[in-house]
Design a protein around this ligand. Structure first.
Ligand code: DCP
Length: 563
């Protein structure tokens, strides 16, 4: 449980830790001869040597970028080592990267509340650890400051001089500093130590940002890479934010950022400061308006969620250009592959963590050949999740068909043969969310709920299992009826809404699915097109960002709300 703090002592110490060129480091640890070499990890396909997804810092010096294809990378850096992402079931298998991320999380979580934000990013709340250090061994009392901490970048501290380390040492040990800066100094020492521990135990380097909130910590972690850390003292927030291009801010890279540029002429965060909260609310609604007002002032009350395990699991694949899927049979084939992987991950989550997922969601990206409504998106569809690969496959296919009917509207679906049906699918993914822990004595019963016994879905397990599992929530046990549903029966079971799944005609149950149940780490693992779609859905309108009491960051740029 987070410790509640009085207002006057409310400053928090939040760190954002981001692994450096993560997939490359994982591959270099596996193949040590690659260490120190210009290296990139490619998602291989035959078109121009595949797409680069991670690039080592040695290769970046030659101008190799993630946007390049393998062949282009070879042109700018002929000695580059290209490593292919492992493939399983015809798609990228991210298992080794995910596991490597877990190794890091287990080390970082030793010092405070830890939130796994993506496959290679973690937020830490180090407030308690910093307060404890300040009370017991404040930096000013420590004779020898660790070298790694001395390499910190302190925003606002003059970095030109030759005595940089001395300046940092002085900053960390200032006895006259205010409480907030002293806490950040402790945070910097703790993070430096954690990063060294990560290196020692995993061989991976990482970079970090240390600030009073998540937004600032995240901005800072990318400022000095690789293998460095950046501290954002309270007094430097304004200077950090003011010149930042608005589009660089989290959640402002898309339509909202474009609207700020086009409609309000705002190109930097500093330019946003001229608008009152009321004005922004008038334009963008209460939540988004307040959120924007806060962003401009570096205010972010978002807590670090204590979460080491993913909030959901996902498996996806893209089918770009000529590889678009154009028949139900080919969609079914790939859904089967994706669902098998998802099912394996669900079972290992059940085995290792005693957790079950309750909701299955299907996302797809589609196009129509004769498209009059090219902006229409394939609707995401959800239903209660039944364990067992075959059941997940059946349900996913039914969700797909329901989505396709809605997507095509009055168009007819042909389900036979290989001739084209008037539609194509360029991305498919399935995800499992609403993951809950279950008491250990119910696990065995659940684990037996596999495909061998068609009557043994979680929905009709023994009573105790039903009560504890989310599947006490309404669901459908027989999916054959689902595919026969009329479109209107599958209303709005998109990511935001409440879905109404029909079952055998008369039964109607409500089913909730909320966007914040999607784990950002899963979003990152999905194909780029689907990531884009999800990020659009997770835009800030859905989240008010109201600073919590006790967060001294609320005092940044003391509010002049009607300025
Ligand atoms: N990744 C991916 N596809 C993308 C972006 C990233 O598969 N479009 C994978 C490969 C990366 C990992 O996610 O190694 C983490 O992504 P980051 O954006 O954090 O980038 P890196 O860790 O590779 O580099 P950096 O040191 O710049 O953070």
């Amino acid at each position: 449980m987070p410790v509640s703090r009085p207002e006057s002592l409310g400053a928090r110490v939040i760190a954002h830790v981001d692994m450096d060129c993560f997939y490359v480091q994982v591959e270099q640890r596996k193949q040590p001869h690659l260490s120190g070499q210009p290296t990139a990890v490619v998602q291989y396909n035959s078109w121009k040597g595949g797409g680069l997804i991670a690039v080592s810092y040695e290769a970046r010096k030659y101008g190799v970028k993630r946007s390049m294809r393998g062949d282009e990378a070879k042109q700018v850096c002929p000695q580059i080592q290209l490593v292919k992402v492992p493939v399983s079931r015809g798609k990228a298998d991210l298992c080794i990267y995910r596991n490597a991320g877990s190794e890091v999380v287990s080390i970082l979580s030793r010092k405070g509340r830890c939130e796994r934000a993506s496959i290679d990013e973690v937020y830490l709340d180090l407030t308690d650890a910093s307060e404890a250090m300040l009370a017991e061994t404040p930096p000013e009392s420590v004779e020898i400051i660790d070298e790694e901490a001395l390499k910190s970048h302190i925003l606002g501290l003059n970095e030109d001089g030759s005595n940089l380390k001395e300046n940092v040492r002085e900053w960390l040990r200032r006895s006259e500093a205010d409480h907030r800066d002293k806490l950040l100094a402790c945070g910097a020492l703790i993070v430096a130590e954690l990063r060294m521990q990560v290196l020692k135990e995993t061989e991976f380097t990482c970079s970090a940002g240390i600030a009073h909130n998540k937004m600032l910590a995240k901005l800072a972690s990318g400022m000095n890479k690789p293998a460095q850390q950046t501290v954002v003292p309270f007094v430097s927030v304004k200077g950090l934010l003011e010149p930042l291009p608005i589009k660089k801010m989290k959640q402002l890279g898309g339509k909202l950022g474009s609207s700020l540029q086009i409609d309000l002429g705002v190109n930097t965060v500093g330019e946003l400061l001229q608008f009152s909260e009321e004005k922004l609310q008038e334009r963008y609604g209460i939540n988004t308006g307040t959120w924007l007002w806060n962003v401009a002032r570096g205010i972010c009350g978002e807590e670090v969620e204590g979460r080491l395990l993913p909030k959901s699991h996902g498996s996806g694949k893209t089918f770009p250009g000529p590889r678009a899927l154009k028949t139900i049979a080919s969609v079914e084939h790939w859904l089967n592959e994706l669902c098998e992987e998802l099912s394996e991950r669900l079972h290992s989550d059940l085995d290792q963590n005693k957790r079950i997922a309750r909701t299955l969601t299907l996302h797809a990206r589609a196009f129509k050949f004769s498209d009059t409504d090219s902006h229409k998106k394939f609707p995401s569809k959800s239903c209660p999740l039944r364990y067992g690969a075959t059941k997940i496959q059946e349900d996913a296919l039914n969700l797909f068909q329901a989505g396709l009917r809605e997507y095509l509207g009055s168009h007819r679906i042909k389900t036979q043969g290989s001739q084209h049906n008037g539609w194509g699918i360029t991305g498919l993914s399935v995800s499992a969310s609403k993951i809950v822990a279950i008491p250990s004595d119910t696990c065995e019963a659940m684990q037996s709920a596999d495909d061998k016994d068609p009557n043994c879905s979680f929905s009709n397990q023994a009573q105790d299992v039903q009560e504890i599992s989310a599947l006490s929530s309404p669901g459908f046990q027989s999916t054959s009826s689902y595919s026969e549903l009329h479109e209107a029966d599958v209303r709005k079971e998109n990511l935001f809404g409440t879905s109404t799944l029909g079952q055998n005609g008369p039964r109607r149950d409500t089913w909730d699915y909320k966007i914040d149940e999607i784990d950002p780490s899963v979003v990152n693992e999905l194909p780029p097109e689907i990531q884009e779609e999800l990020r659009y859905l997770v835009r800030p309108q859905k989240r008010a960002n109201i600073p919590k009491r006790g967060s001294s960051i609320a005092h940044y740029f003391l509010p002049t709300k009607n300025s």
